[in-house]
Design a protein around this ligand. Structure first.
Ligand code: NDP
Ligand code: MG
Length: 390
């Protein structure tokens, strides 16, 4: 057998990060964990460090950093601090693959750092592509690197496109469960509580993406992600609601033939494929038993019910910095909703407001603009918070 693949796991304490490490633990002859990073969960990264013995770890939160430094003082692991530490780990050259499982806008800089070094990335952090898809994919090409998607829909599309001629694709059909509020009374949307939005019918995931799934912003972010990953124009990407989450996406070809990728809703499958590619590794997790599947159903997305979906399509259409503005505003709004400072329905209102700022059209796409967008987004959020929940 060849040498194990050495990897870094950015965001190792999150839902994707933990699943990645579980796969690594079952495949110690194939994967060597070299670096880990966390934000606040020092207890978990301490135990992960003791289990996987990485060369170095980075922790962005100051208190968590102090705690881990103290707890690991007798170990030889190097402990880096802050955003700089995270970026340094992402830039380390002695790995074969960087798994980016950081959530939200904080995942963009590590993506850029890894690509600058010509490293291949297994990318869960869809926000990197939403904010800077053109930049990220250009850099990928320039540095001769590859981005392997972890997002289940994009893993499905990647697998369906394998061996095919891109020019003979009619359309990509991106499936989505429709989330917990697909049939919830529309007149009660404004009173949806965080606990309700955090209950996804099929998938177990981190808080931000679970709320994004409830507003269906997640599907909007995924159209933008697919647009850049696979280089298809928005007109060739269609959304289809499939509540059972068994078909993870499909590709229709010019002859009317359709390829689909299926599996139980478990992120370990797409994560492992991104690690094992071009191979497939034996796995003992539960497989589909077709005789036990009651039915697979499909419907069109309801844009009236889920305005975030049309806002994302609108941002993609406008291009430039608009998708980044959408992403940054959405992220602030989601956390404000989770903190009960705004209503569920205010998330879309915030995003609509930022997209209606006409002068964004001339903004350049770079890290400084993203920083400035954060200030704009915070102002919008402050105003909405003042009106809400008084
Ligand atoms: P989680 O919230 O579970 O985990 C996020 C990870 O990022 C944690 O390790 C967290 O550290 C770390 N983190 C949080 N904030 C920061 C920050 N400011 N700087 C550095 N690190 C930070 O998220 P998920 O695992 O659910 O999602 C990760 C990414 O994968 C997201 O982009 C999501 O959209 C995408 N994704 C997730 C899926 C899923 O099933 N979960 C499916 C498809 C895509 P700590 O916990 O220590 O605070
Ligand atoms: Mg997905």
């Amino acid at each position: 057998m060849s040498n194990p693949k050495s990897i870094s796991v950015l965001g190792s304490t999150g839902s994707i990060g933990v699943n990645t490490l579980q796969i690594a633990a079952k495949n110690t002859d194939r994967i060597k964990i070299k670096y880990l990073t966390a934000n606040k969960n020092s207890d978990l990264i301490i135990s992960q460090t003791q289990q996987f013995l990485p060369n170095a770890i980075a922790i962005t939160d100051p208190q968590a950093f102090e705690h881990a430094k103290n707890a690991l003082k007798n170990s030889s692991v190097e402990i880096l601090f802050g955003k700089e530490g995270l970026n340094e780990i992402a830039s380390r050259d002695d790995v074969d693959l960087v798994v980016n499982a950081v959530v939200g806008k904080s995942g963009l800089e590590p993506t850029i750092c890894a690509l600058e070094m010509g490293k291949d990335i297994a990318l869960a952090n869809k926000e990197s592509l939403v904010m800077a898809g053109e930049w990220v994919m250009k850099l990928t090409k320039e540095r001769n690197a590859t981005v392997f998607p972890i997002d289940s829909e994009h893993s499905a599309i990647w697998q369906c496109l394998s061996g095919e001629n891109q020019k003979q694709v009619n359309k990509i059909i991106l499936t989505g469960s429709g989330g917990p509020f697909r049939q919830y009374p529309l007149d009660q949307f404004s009173s949806i509580a965080p606990e309700q939005a955090l209950k996804h019918p099929n998938w177990s995931m981190g808080a931000k993406i679970t709320v994004d799934s409830a507003t269906m912003m997640n599907k909007g972010l995924e159209i933008i992600e697919a647009r850049w990953l696979f280089d298809f124009p928005p007109e060739q990407i269609e959304i289809l609601i499939h509540p059972q989450s068994i078909i993870h996406s499909m590709v229709e070809f010019v002859d009317g033939s359709i390829k689909a990728q299926l599996g139980l809703p478990d992120m370990k499958i797409p994560i492992q494929y991104a690690l094992s590619y071009p191979d497939r590794w034996h796995a003992d997790w539960e497989k589909i038993d077709f005789t036990k599947l009651a039915s697979l159903t499909f419907e069109s997305p309801d844009l009236n019910r889920f305005p975030c979906l049309s806002l994302a399509m609108d941002a993609l259409e406008r291009g430039g910095i608009y998708p980044a503005a959408l992403n940054i505003m959405n992220e602030f709004a989601v956390y404000a909703f989770l903190d009960r400072k705004i209503l569920f329905t205010d998330i879309a209102i915030c995003v609509e407001q930022i997209l209606s700022l006409g002068d964004l059209a001339n903004w350049e796409i770079n890290l400084q603009s993203f920083q400035e967008l954060e200030t704009v987004a915070k102002d919008i959020l402050n105003n909405i918070e003042k009106q809400c929940c008084k």
